[in-house]
Design a protein around this ligand. Structure first.
Ligand code: PLP
Length: 407
């Protein structure tokens, strides 16, 4: 079977991680992040449901949540599941951050929470959300699903706003197959999150078994020699069927599992956690070198750290000058097994399955970002020579677009 690279730098598990045991996983992650405490949930989405329900109980007259229009569709389902309404904010030009002016215009007396979103391990603009949140009396909930371990001004993400959450899903770095961690520096919110957990989350033996088997499956299959089985083949099949949403695993339904996480999965996570800091260092060094190469390509934007930011690097997020150039690049690279892919396929209103819960509106920049962006894995399995070949393909497509008439 041919080699297949994962689209993101997940931390591989060792078979010895799977031995029986128990561990105070959330407390260990909290100690590593330098935060007081973390609340463990069964997914990032579940963490968001628990947090929003708690916030809604504290400010029941507010029922709207502002999110960037280009984000994970699970965010939309989480808001819906919490009984709240989505308000979509368009993006800043050629950026994943929410547009400041539109954000200010959207905030009001019905705004319960604003969700700045740290995509691709990068540090998002939380200050705009804090300004608006203070002004209108809304919470700021940082979506750091893709950014566990990232820091701003030497502190973990999730501490600038009122609360934040991380995902431990497959593909986001450290994984329990599915998991989430909820963070708040606010004592009242912390208590409210615990109450919300008790009201919302139940033990499920069926899910305990399912997730245990899935985690074992991940430990076995997450390697280039076997990944075409679990990742490459379904991807190519979905693309052959013209279904990019399924190809990137964006095809989510409304049913959000809300259950506890077994001691055993926490023990597995705790063992893997010991290797995470070193893994993040290696992937950072690799990413910084590669960002410098990508920078040289004309018209390409690569997202990296500004001064004071120290993100993490699951993959590199790029925009190309045009949708045509992006599509021509993916034509060559998406099915090549090299870990080149897309993040979210659409702006939220363009997912057919969200039609009933998301109102459509003109979101030119979110749609533009969806059309021009792509991702390159930052897995250590992508060696320098193969990365150079990806850069070459990018350069060739960009040059072709340059010399041939625009289509
Ligand atoms: C993955 C993701 C989530 C949801 O996290 P899960 O652990 O998969 O439920 C939320 N927001 C963003 C930006 C994500 O990438």
């Amino acid at each position: 079977m041919s080699r297949e690279l994962p689209p993101t730098a997940g931390l591989p598990l060792r078979l010895t991680d799977l031995r029986p045991g128990r561990a105070p996983f959330a407390a260990q992650v909290a100690a590593w992040l330098g935060v007081e405490s973390l609340q463990l949930e069964c997914s990032g989405t579940a963490a968001m449901v628990v947090a929003l329900r708690a916030m809604h109980r504290l400010r029941p007259q507010r029922d709207e949540v502002i999110v960037p229009a280009w984000t994970c569709p699970l965010v939309a389902w989480a808001i819906h599941r919490a009984g709240l309404r989505l308000r979509l904010c368009d993006l800043a030009p050629n950026h994943y951050d929410m547009d400041r002016e539109q954000l200010a215009a959207l905030g009001g007396e019905r705004t319960l929470a604003i969700v700045p979103t740290h995509l691709a391990g990068r540090v998002a603009d939380v200050s705009a959300a804090i300004d608006v949140g203070r002004h209108v009396g809304a919470y700021v909930l940082e979506d750091a699903a893709q950014a566990l371990g990232a820091q701003h001004e030497g502190r973990s993400l999730g501490l600038a706003g009122d609360a934040g959450f991380f995902s431990l899903a497959v593909g986001k770095g450290l994984t329990l197959f599915e998991g989430g961690l909820l963070l708040t520096r606010d004592v009242a919110l912390r208590e409210a999150f615990q109450v919300s957990h008790r009201d919302t989350i139940q033990r499920s033996r069926g899910m305990d078994w399912q997730r245990a088997l899935e985690l074992i499956g991940y430990a076995l299959v997450y390697r280039p020699s076997l990944l075409s089985l679990a990742y490459g083949r379904p991807l190519r099949k979905a693309l052959a069927e013209n279904d990019p949403v399924a190809a990137v695993g964006d095809d989510f339904g409304p049913d959000i599992p809300l259950h506890t996480v077994t001691h055993w999965r926490q023990a597995v996570g705790s063992r893997a956690l010991q290797r995470l800091p070193a893994f993040l260092d290696v992937t950072r060094q690799q990413a910084l070198r590669r960002v410098a190469h990508l920078r040289e390509l004309p018209g390409v934007t690569v997202f990296d750290d500004a001064p004071g930011q120290r993100g993490v690097w699951p993959f590199l997020l790029l925009t190309l000058p045009s949708e045509a150039a992006r599509d021509a690049t993916l034509e060559k690279l998406w099915t090549a097994g090299l870990g080149v892919s897309r993040l979210f396929i659409h702006a939220l209103p363009d997912y057919g399955y969200l039609r009933d819960i998301v109102t459509d509106s003109p979101l030119p920049r979110a749609r533009d970002f969806a059309a021009r962006s792509l991702t390159i894995t930052n897995s250590p399995w992508l060696d320098d020579a193969t990365f150079a070949s990806i850069v070459n393909t990018l350069r060739q497509t960009l040059e072709q677009r340059h010399t041939s008439p625009q289509r």
